[in-house]
Ligand binder design. Structure first.
Ligand SMILES: [Zn+2]
Length: 472
């Protein structure tokens, strides 16, 4: 562990302008949180404000306040109340945004609690939440005023709970990616076990490129609020645990999908530390996880493949990466609308091969779409999915499920590695829960199967661009 560096952060633009002084003119250096309910069904959606909350130090960049990445299904925008100038903008995805593509959204309304965090302005501003249209342009969903000096901002101190543990803190939050790991389902007596799991999984993340070469750009902290009982809620096994962060399997009735719906509790605990990115670890030996862009990732800590899940889910939540697989059971019915180019940097509808978003990484002479033996892969994968469904129906134990995963990894990995275009960037049919309509950049990638230990070049570049956003 390195000691925290206490240094004044001074950013200088290419033309010599001191950008941090511009930040200090407009912002206090603290974080404001806007809490709201995101509600609706498959055909309509509404934002219902809940309140404003003052948090601690602003951990994000003080020079890149307007998001140039343009990732996400939604974006949060802060504009100057007088001139309408954009002061801050950040793309994100949400549980609501996934839920509205499920069958349940066709039958009923639901509401999800969400938060947008932004640097506290010194003067009144106008806030907006915008949603991406099918043509990738933005439409305003909600607009409201925010006067930071008003009595409507809760400025009470954040209650200390759980104790923030510096795992590896290397510099000021303004020019580092601040990663906060939150533990759920460990009892007070299991604190050391939680810290061991954090070190093990962080080790796997920073053994993977591009995190490995950018290690010095990160601060890592951890926190856990002790749970009265070990483990997390697993509805399909009739296990219900009142953990502080309410992590639970079976989100959207998908067994291995682990989320929490207790957003306010989570934000209040996290607000004790500066953070740009969150990973929620669950004390369980059952395989599972989840990751939503610019929200958080979840991961079961105590499985054979925990290190893989940790990195894969963080690929979603940090890198804005889509799943490159297409055959697993998911609750989404049409995650990417037909005939549309998805916004995610690592999947494409290939509507115009000449405009492929990763065309600069494709070697000349590579056909688009790029051929691969999809039928052979599908046959193997289908047999695996069938056995997995049988194991789920029979309530098989964790060891049986893990043995099944090891078996498919051994056979599927070998098959993919023998593909003629293996290791090359192209456009391979089958991605983003769509067997034919969407394509992925490489035969294999951490976002496609559990076989590889590396991201494909397209995913690796996307992650590095996000690191740059917080550090340059
Ligand atoms: Zn990839």
């Amino acid at each position: 562990m390195l000691p925290a560096v206490i240094a004044a952060f001074l950013a200088v633009a290419a033309d010599g302008t001191d950008l941090s002084s511009d930040f200090n003119t407009r912002f206090t250096g603290k974080t404001l949180r806007f809490d709201y309910h995101h509600c609706g069904d498959a055909t309509q959606e509404q934002i219902a404000p809940d309140g404003f909350r003052l948090e601690g130090e602003w951990a994000g960049s003080r020079t890149q306040l307007v998001d140039a990445l343009d990732f996400g299904k939604y974006r949060f925008v802060m504009r100057d109340a007088a001139g309408g100038e954009t002061l801050f903008c950040a793309g994100f995805c949400s549980i609501y945004g996934e839920w509205e593509t499920t069958g349940e959204a066709k039958r009923q309304w639901r509401a999800f609690h969400e938060s947008a965090r932004f640097p506290e302005p010194k003067a009144p501003v106008v806030l907006a939440i915008e949603k991406r249209a099918d043509d990738l342009s933005w439409r305003e969903l909600w607009r409201g005023d925010c006067d930071p000096a008003s009595r409507f901002v809760d400025r009470s101190p954040i209650t200390p709970r759980g104790g923030v543990m510096p795992i590896d803190v290397r510099g000021p939050s303004a020019d580092k990616v601040d990663l906060l790991i939150i533990g759920d389902g460990w009892t007070g007596k299991q604190r050391d076990a939680f810290i061991d799991d954090v070190h093990r999984l962080i080790g796997s993340l920073f053994a993977t490129e591009p995190f490995k070469r950018r290690r010095a750009d990160w601060n890592v902290r951890a926190i856990m609020a002790p749970s009265p009982q070990p483990g997390v809620t697993d509805p399909r096994r009739a296990t219900f645990v009142d953990t502080p962060m309410r992590l639970q399997f079976n989100a959207f009735d998908s067994d291995r999908y682990m989320l929490t719906f207790a957003n306010r509790e989570l934000r209040e605990l996290a607000a004790q530390a500066p953070y740009d990115a969150l990973i929620l670890l669950a004390n369980t030996s059952k395989y599972g996880g989840g990751g939503i862009y610019n929200l958080w990732a979840t991961c079961a800590a105590d499985t054979d493949v925990a290190a893989y899940v940790f990195v894969h889910e963080f690929g979603h939540s940090f890198g804005g990466l889509a799943d490159e697989y297409y055959s697993s059971q998911v609750a989404y019915e049409e995650f990417t609308p037909a005939g549309c180019e998805p916004w995610e940097p690592n999947i494409t509808a290939l509507l115009d091969p000449a405009q492929l978003k990763w065309r600069d990484l494709v070697s000349s002479g590579t056909p688009l779409p790029t051929p691969w033996d999809q039928a052979a892969f599908d046959a193997l994968d289908l047999a695996y999915q069938k056995r997995r469904a049988e194991a789920l129906a029979a309530n098989a134990d964790d060891a049986t499920n893990e043995a099944l995963m090891r078996e498919i990894k051994a056979s599927g990995g070998k098959q993919l590695a023998s593909e003629p275009w293996y290791g090359k960037v192209g456009a391979f049919r089958g991605a983003g829960y769509e067997a034919t309509r969407l394509l992925r950049p490489s035969v294999d990638c951490i976002m496609f199967t559990r076989n590889p230990t590396a991201f494909c070049p397209v995913c690796e570049r996307a992650i590095e661009r996000v690191i740059d956003r917080y550090t340059r």
